[in-house]
Each structure stands twice: as C-alpha cells, then as structure tokens.
Write a protein that binds this ligand. Structure first.
Ligand code: HEM
Length: 399
C-alpha cells in the first residue's frame, strides 16, 4: 500500500502498516512533546570518511522510528503518566553528503540541490536529539550523555556545531505548534472537524518514496536559525499603537493573527484553534499580513503548500531567536513557496514577522495611515537536509 495517500490514520490502520512506520524517522511525522532539542550540524573535511560511517552506524540506525514515537504519543494521550520514549533521535544529510551513498544520487530534487538554502560543501549532516529537561531547566541527563558522546567521537573527525532550543517556549510571547497538518485520528481536536478548511492531511504532504527502495519513505527538512530583533519588534508595535490608538496586545495579535493570551485566531469562523478559515466577514478581522495568514491562507488551492513545523526557541545571553525546522515532501511547494514568495507578499500581503513592510499589518476594520514596520527576524543560517528511511543507513554502511 502507498501509505502517503491515507488521510487520518486510525490506530488499527497504523498497526496494519507497522513495518512501514518502523522504517520512517519519527521526528518528521509525530509530535515528540520533548522540552529540549539539540541540533548538531556536522561538517566533514571529507564526506565519505570514517566519520560519516560512524554517524550512520551509531546515530542513523538508532533513529527513533515513527512507530515508537506514535505508540508513545498514543499512550501518553490516554494516560499522561505513561512512560515516554527516552531521547528522540533523528539524522538528516545534505545533498552534497547524500550523493556518496546508494540511492542518494537518485534524489534529483531541484530545490534540495540548488535552491535557496541548498547547503554547500561546508554542511554535511544534522543530528537531532530531543529529550527531557532536568530540574535545573537544562537538558536532561540522557540527552547530555548522548551529546557529549557525539561531540567526543567527532572532535577529530568533523566539526560539530550545537544549537539548543526549547520547543515549548513561546516565540515573541505566542504559543507555537498549534496549526499543524493532522495525520492521525488521535490528533484530532475534540468536537467536529472541519469547519470549511480541513486541517487533516495525508502523509504524502511530508513523506516521499525513498529512492531505490520499496515501501520506504524519507522527508526533507528546511532548517533556519532566526535571530529576533526585539528592538525592531517593539518599535514596530509602538509605532502602530500610536498611529491606531489600539493597545499593544491588539497590535501584536494583528502581527501574528492570534490573540496572544488565548491563542485564538482573529478569524471568528471556526470550531477550534486549528480549524478555521478567513471567509466572509472574518476576512476583515485578520490582517492580510498577519503571520499565520500569509503562511497558510487556509484555502483549498494551497493545501499542498502546507508544512509540518518543529520550532524551538533559543536564547544565548541577551540574544533570542527561533530554530525553525519544517518537514515537507516537496521543498519547492513547501518552505520555498512560503518563505520566498508568500512571506514577501506575493500571495496576499508581506508577512508582519518575516518581511520588511511598507505599511503595518492591520485588519481592514482599522482605518488610518499606519507606519511601515521593520523585519522582526533576521536569518542567521540554514540548510536543507534529507531525512532518509532508517534502513537506508544500514545499506549505506554495507555499500
Ligand atoms: C522568526 C520566525 C518565526 C516566528 C517567531 C514564528 C512564529 C509562529 C507562531 C507563534 C505561530 C502560531 C502558532 C500556530 O499557529 O501553530 C506560527 C505559525 C506558523 N508559522 Fe511561523 N514563525 C516564524 C517563522 C516561520 C517561517 C520561516 C515559516 C515558513 C516558511 C513559518 C510558517 C508558519 C506556518 C505555516 C504557521 C501555521 C499557520 C496556520 O496553519 O494557520 N513560520 N509561527
């Protein structure tokens, strides 16, 4: 069966396809719920070296499967006291690293090889470790052990740069991770689904067939480190507050498209926080440039442009930002369309968070000459990675 075409998987259907789910890296598919994530970006002097084999043997083959993550997610939904999977691991490779392995050369995706964030030879792989926090608020013991182990082994073989972030933290004070494509019955919000825009999706949105293999799947990740310019944000918000006479809370809600305290969408047409649209009178309630509206206009013709997000807020002294990660089966339709076209205003309006705006985001109901706003987030680095099926790693080692 082509598992990419089934919408809203029931537990029974997942069990029937247990083998396929055991071979998919779970981080690309299932909510992990871990409070800390470490991203290790590796750079090899020589890609087909011993270091890559070490990475694939020890970390790729031990990647957490979608099956394990799904089972622990279901158990946790039914009983929050049930033990969760320990450290969640995942490994992705850039196009330049992938071409050295069987099947890797077959991945002829234009954006992955030559697109906006296509990595040069200076980036080879990413290791994701997501885990629990200890009481002091740092990464948990198992996570630290694994991270130290990885750093020690790679010290002489490749350079490794670590980023640590908190997936549950609130970027710019807003709750994140609410609007996600829904793949499994168990993720459905209580009550009726759907109002008019259906948040459910098939796995084809994030999975693509693993080249050279049967019934195996991988996924593309776009990774961007964004540094927040808190000063630009405050100046933009204050300028709009002064010009409109509205409160800072209201103006910040316009920039994002949700009420900060409750996370409710500004649109009133919907049945839950992830089940609404912008049709009819609700069109005037949410600015065209509100972040969640530019990034997902919730129209049927943009269903294939959705992405699965895995954001984590980082802080480094006074500097804060977002380790933005998203999965999709097609980088051109996913990240590249959203970030290169829609964020700059090619669809409805320039994004209040991601773009430089000639005028501020405000709902149609607010009249007046509102001032321009500055970009709130600056790109500090990024790359595209392919997260192959788990058996790919074993094959690569036996080549
Ligand atoms: C500084 C960078 C960013 C910040 C602070 C940020 C913050 C947020 C927040 C707080 C939400 C609302 C939570 C939710 O609806 O789940 C959200 C939603 C979203 N963001 Fe971002 N984000 C950033 C960058 C990006 C980028 C680069 C993209 C895509 C290229 C993106 C795509 C989306 C999408 C698709 C949604 C969900 C919209 C929906 O389905 O209604 N974001 N973001």
């Amino acid at each position: 069966m082509n598992i990419r075409q089934v919408p809203l998987w029931t537990d029974a259907e997942v069990t029937t396809e247990a083998i396929a789910f055991q071979q998919i890296q779970g981080y690309a598919l299932v909510r992990h719920g871990k409070p800390v994530v470490c991203l290790g970006i590796l750079t090899y002097a020589q890609v087909d070296s011993a270091a890559v084999h070490l990475l694939l043997a020890e970390y790729g083959r031990a990647a957490t499967s979608a099956w394990d993550l799904y089972q622990s997610y279901v158990a946790h939904q039914r009983d929050p006291a049930s033990p969760a999977v320990g450290v969640v691991q995942a490994v992705g490779l850039t196009a330049s690293a992938l071409q050295h392995f069987p099947g890797g050369q077959l991945l002829s995706d234009t954006a992955f090889n030559n697109g906006f964030l296509a990595a040069g030879p200076d980036m080879s792989a990413i290791v994701v470790l997501a885990g629990d926090a200890d009481q002091a608020g740092g990464a948990g013991a198992a996570l630290i052990r694994l991270r130290n182990d990885l750093t020690a082994k790679f010290n002489t073989l490749a350079t490794i740069q670590w980023e640590e972030g908190k997936p549950g933290a609130r970027p710019l004070g807003f709750e994140d991770g609410i609007s996600q494509p829904i793949f499994f019955e168990i993720e459905k919000p209580p009550g009726a689904l759907h109002y008019s825009y259906n948040p459910a999706a098939t796995l084809g949105l994030v999975l693509l067939p693993q080249p050279g293999a049967t019934d195996e799947y991988g996924s593309f990740m776009a990774y961007v480190k964004f540094r927040f310019d808190q000063q630009a944000y405050r100046l933009s918000v204050n300028a709009v507050v002064n010009a409109s006479g509205r409160s800072a809370d209201e103006v910040e809600s316009w920039f994002l498209g949700r009420v900060r305290q409750t996370s409710e969408p500004l649109s009133r047409r919907g049945s839950s926080l992830n089940d609404f649209d912008y049709l009819g009178p609700s069109d005037a309630l949410c600015p065209a440039g509100a972040h969640i509206r530019t990034m997902n206009p919730r129209a049927e013709n943009s269903r294939s442009n959705r992405i699965l997000r895995r954001g984590a807020v980082y802080s480094n002294g006074a500097e804060t930002g977002l380790l933005f990660q998203c999965f999709q089966s097609n980088l051109t339709q996913g990240f590249e369309t959203l970030f290169r076209n829609w964020a700059s205003g090619l669809a409805i309006g320039p994004d209040a968070i991601l773009a430089l705006r000639a005028s501020a985001a405000h709902p149609a109901a607010v009249v007046g000459n509102l001032p321009p706003t500055s970009p709130v987030a600056a790109v500090a680095g990024g790359a595209y990675f392919y997260f192959p099926s788990i058996p790919f790693f074993a094959r690569a080692l036996n080549q």
